[in-house]
Each structure stands twice: as structure tokens, then as C-alpha cells.
Design a protein around this ligand. Structure first.
Ligand SMILES: [Zn+2]
Length: 323
């Protein structure tokens, strides 16, 4: 288990184990110096193992994680993130215009590119999962490349915006990957990164064992804090600004605390909260349901504000520019 290889960000050898999966022979260590969490033991890195992603193995681990019993089909993956894609678009839209070129690395079922496509000159997606690639090509008419970034010939084409949503944590050598990505950015272009935050409420505050088991997953080589992600970007020649956020709300958290699992359909529900409709639609019921739903939304907003005021976020969102 003690196969220490040092921190991939600052090379410091000192770290403490934050999680182990003994059966799979996996362990994650947090660097004492820069706070990056990295996988130290177990199978070789999956980050350059295209086959693991091409065959959809990563999606197989997702149903339980997101509270669903059915497998995550490309359609489900596309539909469940609709609102999140729109929120992402709103965060980046001031950096793009009709003449912009956008690339998304790890574009999944194409939801973000589908959202941004009408507002820019062109979009290119990079995705290994063959089923997802097929979906975004045939159903969304997107230009998606199905190989590793290093194998794509862009013929010198560069991008105004390169996005990676929940991708960077899959790489065991994030510096060399980011330097590779940087070569595809136009001068003044923006790099958008979203990763799970290690300072996650369910993990760090409530300390739920079952959540830990799901949070730490074989295909995540790294877990970032704001500090370690900022250091990585600065080391690679970027200056960055953060807008961390909480994707999941109070219904999901309460379900975890009470039942040790996410609220069913958590990923579709995502940041919003459940809403009810009345069974017997008379005027009195409708009035109550309207007020109830409004109250639930308010409680959810208040809860997220409370989390944020204490620095707890499930997601780090960062926009970086070459410095
Ligand atoms: Zn370190």
C-alpha cells in the first residue's frame, strides 16, 4: 500500500492517507505541502488508457453515484445536465462571440457544446466514450474527435475557449496535460475548468463513510482544493479566477445523512430542489402547493448560501487565462 511516488504537483514526498479501498488496492494521499490529493497505489493510471473510457466503463460506475438504478445512457447523460450546461454557458458567455472557436475536452454526450454552438463560429469536442461520441455526432450534429487530445491533428487551429468539465481529475500528470492543452489556446484565450472540490460538505463535514466510498473512484487520480488548483494553473503559466458552487442541494444532502445514499435522480435534480404537484387539484391545495414549492426553493437557496459562507462547495469552477 505504501507505494509513495510524491506529489505530482509540488514533488513533496510528505503526505497522509485520506482514503483507501483495500480490496481494489487503491489509496489516495493528501500532500502536506500543496494540499493536492493524489492516488498512490493500485492499478496504473487510467488517464492514458483510452480503452477504459472508450468502452464506457466509466459510465458503469455512475448510476449509484447519482442515485439511479438504470444505466446512464447517452440520452440520460445529455438530458440530466441540461440546466447545468446552461449555467456553465452563462459563466463563460462574456468570453465568446460569433467569431469564437470553442473546444471541450471530455465533452460527454455533447450537452455543453450543443448549448454553446448557436452562439459561436465553431465547436469541437473531444471524447473517448464511443457511445457518447455516436450520440453527439448523430443526434446533435457535433464535430467530435474520438481519440486522445495528443493524437488529434488540428493543423495549427487554436481556440478562444477550451473547457474541461470534470476531466482534469482523471490525469495523473496534470502539469504536462495542461501544458499540452495550453498549446491549443489562442493568445488571450480562456481555459475553463470544473472539478470536484475536496472541501466537500458530505465528505469533510458530515464525514459519511458511504459517500466516501463513492466520492473516491478508481478513475479519479486527483482531488483538488482551491489552493492546489490555483497552484497547478500558476505553475503552468495561467492566472485564474474562481467561482466555486454547490451543484447539489439540501434534498440530496438530507437523503445522504438519513439514508446513506443520494436522493433518487440526484443528477437530474442537481442544484434545484424537489417540487411537488397536488393530487387533488382544488384551489386550496393548489394554493398550498404553490407556497410549499416556493418555500422549498427558498430553503434550498438559504442552505447553499450557508454552505458557501463557510467555504463549502462540491464543485470548483475556474476560468484561467495565460499570464
Ligand atoms: Zn504537493
Amino acid at each position: 500500500m505504501e507505494q509513495k511516488k510524491g506529489c505530482p504537483l509540488c514533488k513533496n514526498a510528505e503526505g497522509h492517507v485520506v482514503h483507501q479501498k483495500k480490496q481494489e488496492g487503491l489509496a489516495w494521499v493528501q500532500c502536506e505541502e500543496c494540499s493536492l490529493v493524489y492516488k498512490t497505489a493500485g492499478k496504473d493510471s487510467l488517464s492514458t488508457d483510452a480503452g477504459y473510457y472508450q468502452t464506457g466503463q466509466m459510465r458503469e460506475t455512475m448510476p449509484y453515484r447519482y442515485g439511479d438504478s438504470t444505466s446512464v445512457t447517452p440520452e440520460i447523460a445529455f438530458e440530466e445536465k441540461n440546466e447545468i450546461q446552461w449555467e456553465r454557458f452563462l459563466k463563460v458567455k462574456k468570453y465568446i462571440n460569433r467569431d469564437s472557436s470553442v473546444m471541450e475536452i471530455g465533452c460527454g454526450s455533447g450537452g455543453f457544446l450543443h448549448t454553446v454552438n448557436p452562439y459561436v463560429q465553431d465547436c469541437i469536442g473531444v471524447e473517448l466514450d464511443k457511445e457518447l461520441v455516436e450520440f453527439s455526432r448523430s443526434r446533435l450534429n457535433l464535430d467530435v474527435r474520438d481519440t486522445l487530445l495528443s493524437d488529434i491533428d488540428f493543423s495549427g487551429k487554436k481556440f478562444d475557449l477550451i473547457c474541461m468539465f470534470h476531466v482534469l481529475e482523471h490525469f495523473d500528470d496534470p502539469k504536462s496535460f495542461l501544458r499540452q492543452v495550453k498549446k491549443h489556446l489562442k493568445p488571450g484565450g480562456r481555459l475553463v475548468i470544473e472539478v470536484p472540490n475536496f472541501n466537500d460538505t458530505l465528505l469533510q463535514v458530515f464525514g459519511l463513510k458511504k459517500y466516501q466510498e463513492i466520492y473516491f473512484t478508481i478513475h479519479h487520480e486527483l482531488y483538488f482544493s482551491r489552493k492546489s488548483l490555483a497552484k497547478l494553473l500558476e505553475d503552468c503559466g495561467f492566472q485564474c479566477s474562481f467561482s466555486p458552487f454547490n451543484e447539489y442541494g439540501i434534498a440530496n444532502h438530507l437523503n445522504w445523512v438519513q439514508n446513506d445514499r443520494p436522493v433518487p435522480g440526484a443528477s437530474r435534480q442537481s442544484g434545484r430542489c424537489f417540487q411537488v404537484s397536488s393530487y387533488n387539484k382544488n384551489e386550496k391545495n393548489s394554493e398550498f402547493v404553490g407556497e410549499f414549492n416556493q418555500w422549498v426553493r427558498q430553503v434550498n437557496d438559504d442552505y447553499k448560501e450557508l454552505l458557501a459562507s463557510h467555504g463549502f462547495f462540491d464543485t470548483l469552477f475556474c476560468i484561467a487565462q495565460q499570464s
